[in-house]
Ligand binder design. Structure first.
Ligand SMILES: *[C@@H]1O[C@H](CO)[C@@H](O)[C@H](O)[C@H]1NC(C)=O
Length: 136
């Protein structure tokens, strides 16, 4: 179920980016941000991304606070303290055509709280408002 959610979000991202540039080829690249914790040669950091190869970059993952139904960081140490999100967005300076997105969810997040959030108009609004604030 979680995998399905992440997959559908990725498909939605691909579909949305396709609408904007339907006449051009899209190459959607996906960063598993926890790849930075792989040992040795497997380690993959923001600077290992070649933004000239992609038209869209997706950062995974952000999470959902199950109490407030707002977006939250899953790895604040890497995402913010090590400025991974900022460095990721800054890749746009190397490829002005690049669109950057963030995926929410993932295996460790589960799907239960996402279903709960989607159950009512009020909780969906909380999530939507927080997502807009998060992106801004
Ligand atoms: C969710 O938000 C509440 C209220 O702000 C906070 O107390 C709680 O620690 C948050 N949960 C997580 C997992 O960050």
């Amino acid at each position: 179920m979680v995998g399905k959610v992440a997959f559908l979000l990725a498909l939605a991202a691909i579909a949305l980016s396709g609408v904007a540039n339907s006449h051009e080829q899209e190459v959607v690249c996906y960063l598993a941000s926890w790849a930075v914790y792989r040992p040795g040669m497997g380690k993959f950091n923001i600077e290992d991304i070649d933004p000239s190869l992609c038209t869209t970059l997706i950062y995974s993952f952000a999470g959902l606070n199950e109490t407030t139904y707002t977006m939250m960081l899953l790895d604040p140490e890497y995402d913010v303290n090590k400025r991974a999100l900022e460095r990721f967005v800054n890749l746009k300076s190397l490829n002005p055509r690049l669109k950057v997105l963030i995926a929410i969810g993932g295996w460790t997040e589960g799907s239960t709280k996402y279903s709960a959030m989607a159950m009512s108009r009020a909780s969906r609004k909380k999530f939507i408002d927080s997502a807009i604030a998060f992106i801004q």
